[in-house]
Design a protein around this ligand. Structure first.
Ligand SMILES: C[S@@+](CC[C@H](N)C(=O)[O-])C[C@H]1O[C@@H](n2cnc3c(N)ncnc32)[C@H](O)[C@@H]1O
Ligand SMILES: Nc1nc2[nH]cc(C(=O)O)c2c(=O)[nH]1
Ligand code: SF4
Ligand SMILES: [Mg+2]
Length: 229
């Protein structure tokens, strides 16, 4: 196709026609963040440029199916839920994700996104609640943290440390104070499931008088580690 026609086609394409690679769409109890417990629709996008050692969704690194945003909206509407979470894989690794987020907000959903913190969040729709990880040394991906993202978080967003061990905890406490994270948004400390004892993490937080929220993955307490839950 001539490049000018390509440009024209792009300019006239409806947002709903943009295509995403989708790993799964499912309805479950929100298991993470301050929205824990709320029945929620999950849109899990395929692919991730990181390889955290603890990753519980390696099945979303590849596969999935191509869906237009219209297809995604249609499937999500089956569940009649006000809450919707876009996750992955790393959802921001797909260009059409920001359009998806905007369209979901326009449709009236209360939208949150789970992101690694490795990709630019500065241009996302302001109505979206961004749940951003800070990757620890134990994850193996600490070098991927995009620290400038901290400038684009507000009090409707949340920061999350997923902790492998005590060394990760100590590192996270240092980051918490050095970067004054409590002045940005609520901060979650979560143990790697099946690896760090949640009771230990609870004791450290209390001993240090640390003003963070202990977060356990409720869906795994309910159902164990299964896809689509
Ligand atoms: C699967 S990731 C997808 C979104 C994005 N790639 C990210 O890392 O934030 C969703 C959340 O699950 C967390 N997570 C992944 N594996 C985990 C595990 N084994 N235990 C606890 N949390 C885990 C991630 O750290 C992240 O906060
Ligand atoms: N129930 C449930 N809640 C979740 N919250 C965040 C999830 C994710 O994988 O990003 C997730 C998930 O996979 N399942
Ligand atoms: S960034 Fe998220 S999806 Fe990617 S490997 Fe890490 S935990 Fe898994
Ligand atoms: Mg999950």
């Amino acid at each position: 196709m001539h490049s000018l026609s390509l440009l024209r086609q792009h300019a006239t394409q409806k947002p709903e026609a943009e295509v995403l690679r989708v790993s799964e769409i499912f309805y479950s109890i929100q298991g993470e963040t301050s929205r824990t417990g709320l029945p929620t629709v999950f849109i899990r996008l395929t692919g991730c440029p990181l390889r955290c050692g603890y990753c519980d969704t390696e099945y979303a690194f590849s596969g999935g199916e191509n869906m237009s945003i219209a297809d995604v909206l249609n499937k999500a509407s089956n569940y009649a839920s006000r809450y919707i979470t876009v996750t992955g894989g790393e959802p921001l690794a797909q260009k059409a994700c920001s359009t998806l987020l905007k369209v979901l907000c326009d449709t009236g959903y209360s939208v949150s996104i789970e992101t690694s913190g490795a990709l630019d969040i500065s241009k996302l729709d302001k109505r979206v609640s961004k749940i951003m990880d800070i990757k620890t040394p134990g994850s193996g991906e600490v070098a991927k943290n995009r620290w400038s993202n901290l400038d684009y978080l507000t009090d409707q967003d949340e920061l999350k440390f997923v902790l492998c061990d005590e060394a990760d905890y100590r590192w996270a406490v240092d980051v918490f104070y050095e970067r004054c994270l409590h002045q940005i948004c609520p901060v979650l400390f979560s143990p790697v499931y099946g690896q760090l004892d949640p009771a230990k993490l609870a004791d450290w937080i209390l001993k240090d008088r640390l003003p963070v929220r202990l977060q356990l993955q409720l869906h795994k307490i309910l159902w164990g580690e299964v896809a689509g839950r």
